[in-house]
Design a protein around this ligand. Sequence first.
Ligand code: ADP
Ligand code: MG
Length: 326
Amino acid sequence: MAEFELIERIRRRAGQRGDVVLGIGDDAALLRPPPGQLLVASADLLNVGVHFPADAQPFDVGWKALAVNLSDLAAMAAEPAWALLTLALPCADADWIDAFMDGFATLASEHGVALVGGDTTRGPLSIGVSVHGFVPETGALRRSAARAGDDIWVTGTLGDAAAGLAEHGRPRPAASSAAADFDTLAARLHRPTPRLAAGQALRGLAHACIDVSDGLFADLGHVLAASRVGARIALADLPCSAALAGIAGGEARWQLQAAGGDDYELCFSAPAEHRQAIRAAMAQVATPVTCIGTILADGALLALDPQGQAWLPRVSGYQHFDRETR
Ligand code: ADP
Ligand code: MG
């Protein structure tokens, strides 16, 4: 298959929006941002063997490549609009591209995102996506905005994707309830849900926000560093799915919840007086939310076990280049 045929297969799944003046097909796209709003831009690169296993389903790869990008927009409280897709492919495999675009386009249409351009080359499988969205002038949620006394919240549950990764490649259990949990955890790893509605609903309510991509401790740590504050969290309060509770307890569970990446939940801080409003706003967008701790004026991240003892994970989060720098 020639390059232009590949691009044509992609273009058919691009989706449409009224603010796309010119989409795929020219040297560049022409886009009309809404007047008075800030343009929010983000990019993420997914490499085979690093971000997804070589045997991952192409649908899941397409879904996740967009999902991780949309999660960054969610954490900024942005409304998504446009995406660009840069593909390096070892060969022009029509079935692979079609399944990949199924995953990408399913999630894109769920959130009204149009694919407006990209690039396609030969090379080791690698997928670069960039996304663009909008946020009102003062609506964005920055990492640097946490304040002492804020509650710390997370959406959804933590540790599922890390548990799914730990189980990846293991045989699926025979018992039906264990098999259902196995599938739930795998889905959390391969098809994460970007919390876009929750992020936008937090405008004016939350102070700081980040998406949990590298693990709670690592990502909350970024908020603390950017905001020059400390935090205390209670391990017993970390939200845990029934599927995770079924396979891990105690320290093993905390390890997955504190240091496991790829959950793509939102972690945010908000003033205590917004507690009721936050619960109401999250209920409106059908997003579970849990208060896990408090922002402190200084210090590091203090995680307390049920006995009130400080606890530290063995590793705090995923880092690229870890081996080289050690
Ligand atoms: P150029 O040589 O000018 O970069 P290309 O042949 O690479 O043009 O691309 C032609 C058109 O197809 C452009 O509009 C480009 O944005 C789009 N395109 C190429 N690859 C992709 C892709 N993987 N996803 C979406 N659009 C793509
Ligand atoms: Mg090009």
